[in-house]
Design a protein around this ligand. Structure first.
Ligand SMILES: Nc1ncnc2c1ncn2[C@@H]1O[C@H](COP(=O)(O)OP(=O)(O)O)[C@@H](O)[C@H]1O
Ligand SMILES: [Mg+2]
Length: 241
């Protein structure tokens, strides 16, 4: 498997409290990669580091052999639920159109072609009939569909999603996984923080098991076993804080 993202000796702390230490890992291109680990394991910190949203103490993150900050335009990011403020006034279509600004810069108006791309992304997520609704009126699952539509409209080749299946209905969950699998067929790469242990094998083909450091990494087939899961959830120092 060809490598897309390489992380070398990444160390991150918040106010001197370590969140990630000696993280060494790589993510294959065109994979559906799950990042799995208990609460507080540093999963969100890891993906924010890839997005260069956090300044590490040390370490190196490369995408296609170059510093990650050169690749940010190629990444569509869907943040964790609690990190998004849903009270702002915006329609569903407005939110999806935000995906187009990556290409245009914030000061240019979106045009007809952008609107077509946004509508087509909404169609993929079966949300086109909601296009004029306020985002604040939507259910959790509907909001998550809109967020994925925004990512699709961005036409990124790397999708990074933080617990996208948290607190959504099962129909939306199945749709997100179907869309992920079909975008993989088109060559896209997915990096997904995943909180359910029972669906890892069905939804993903590569996994990183994390608890402040990497417990195991590889194809799901190779590393998804009781011993690794136990080690991450019950045995590492992070679990005894
Ligand atoms: N902004 C922050 N300031 C201080 N501590 C933080 C901050 N964000 C996360 N942490 C701490 O860092 C650790 C890892 O957090 P996080 O990456 O959110 O874990 P996960 O996503 O796996 O639940 C936790 O102990 C958390 O409390
Ligand atoms: Mg998190």
């Amino acid at each position: 498997m060809e490598t897309l993202i390489t992380i070398k000796d990444l160390n991150v702390a918040y106010q001197e409290k370590p969140a990630l230490w000696h993280v060494n890992m790589s993510i294959p291109v065109n994979s559906r990669t799950a990042i799995v680990g208990p609460n507080g394991a540093g999963k969100s910190t890891l993906i924010k580091s890839i997005m260069t949203l956090i300044k590490p103490i040390s370490g190196k993150i490369d995408i296609d052999g170059k510093d990650a900050r050169h690749a940010l335009k190629r990444i569509a990011y869907v943040p964790q639920k609690g990190e998004v403020n849903w009270d702002f006034p915006a329609t569903v279509l407005d939110v999806v159109l935000m995906g187009r600004y990556v290409h245009k810069g914030w000061f240019k108006r979106t045009n007809r072609q952008d609107a077509d791309i946004a509508l087509s992304a909404l169609k993929t997520m079966k949300m086109e009939t909601f296009r004029n609704r306020q985002i604040s009126e939507l259910s959790g699952g509907q909001r998550q569909r809109v967020f994925l539509a925004r990512a699709i409209a961005q036409d990124a080749d790397i999708y990074i999603m933080d617990e996208p299946l948290q607190g959504i209905d099962i129909t939306t969950e199945k749709l997100i996984i179907d869309v992920m699998k079909s975008l993989q067929q088109e060559g896209k790469t997915f990096i997904v923080v995943h909180h359910q242990l029972d669906t890892v094998e069905e939804y993903f083909d590569y996994a990183v098991i994390l608890n402040k450091t990497v417990i195991a990494e590889g194809s799901v087939e190779a590393i998804w076993n009781e011993s690794n899961i136990k080690q991450a959830y019950y045995e590492t120092s992070g679990a005894h804080e």
